[in-house]
Design a protein around this ligand. Sequence first.
Ligand code: AMP
Ligand code: GLY
Length: 419
Amino acid sequence: MRVMVIGRGGREHAILWALQRSPKISKLYCAPGNGGISRIAECVPIEENDFEGISGFALREQIDLVFVAPDDPLSAGLVDHLEAANIRAYGPRKNAAEIEGSKVFTKRLLKKYNIPTAAYESFDNYDEALAYLRTQELPIVIKADGLAAGKGVIVAQSRLEAEKALHDIMIDQVFGKSGNQVVIEEFLQGQEMSLLAFVDGDVVRPMVPSQDHKPVFDGDQGPNTGGMGTYSPVPHIPASVVEEAWETIVKPTAKAMVQEGRPFRGVLFAGLMLTEEGPKTIEFNARFGDPETQVVLPRLQTDLLEIILASLEGRLDEIEIHWSEEAAVCVILASEGYPGSYPKGLPIEGLEEVTDSLVFHAGTAIRDGQPVTNGGRVLGVVGLGRDIAEARAKAYADADKIRFQGKHYRTDIAKKALV
Ligand code: AMP
Ligand code: GLY
């Protein structure tokens, strides 16, 4: 089979790395890809939102399957577009991707079906939103309705911060149309956990749980990023809590989407807060997480392509899916200044000295045969071991061998899990 993955980050590198192990695959493509991906797949210079470019290429090159990985093209309906052109595509259709594309939609869905989440109100009018905000206790969470590259959520500790966030989103439109509506919601306290599942309608096949680290600095300080590191499993979280989250949140949500006439097919990702009252939904994503994928897929023992094919052929409930007992820890190496502005094009050295870990490229390019930085998150170094301690030690030992100017990483990834 000839398979093409859409996207350009560490998540896509990990997906392609998993796919290349499938004996059924004859050729892998990625649009547009990155420096690391170009070593395992043919990168084609087509942007993720160029639907005609993607379908034209897929028809011309006789691509058997297109895997749409990022949120933007999923929300914009790339899977619907490909299906209309008779191209087999994996990922939710536009009406199901709305579970990530609109927070107002998802909050209403969760409320309607009694699925645990933070209490909230939504607004399309600034004055009403402001009046409501002034009645709420601190901290308080303000969310732009639509996609905002992971930056549309502000956890405000002060009134000033909360009102500024509302003004930024609704009046200054810093996230464009994504801020036409806002969700103002209760602050939830607890540990976060990411649950990813292969879903087809009401069939939910759980992946192994993981945990992300969103703030840029150690000790969860500083602004939120796309994710500075992940680990799996989560040994400090009781299995009964994970089970409760599957039963009370993810499975009922998949069912609710079927009942709403928006059956979800693809990877469904629940971002959860483990509160004293039990797990509650923070958000749903309609795709693999980044960098969750980098620690989840290395633990998948079953052929990823076979799982996708089973899903597309309506037999996801039948396929056996196996996971390794190993632990995985991913440390993200970021550019200086990220998540603000950062330089690009800086030479990366030491990659060949990495012996024990997997290195997934996130923001890299190849210039004159040499890897250079090309994004905020540059590389994800993934250590694998018998337990979190061993995986973590390997990831950090190899992270230290890689050098580029201004390299920044958190030193406390997975520290919480060292029980
Ligand atoms: P999201 O983009 O929706 O995943 O939100 C980004 C981050 O904001 C989450 O990973 C949480 O750390 C935080 N967050 C979102 N909603 C809440 C909430 N209701 N209470 C506390 N923290 C939240
Ligand atoms: N790591 C969180 C996300 O992919 O949205």
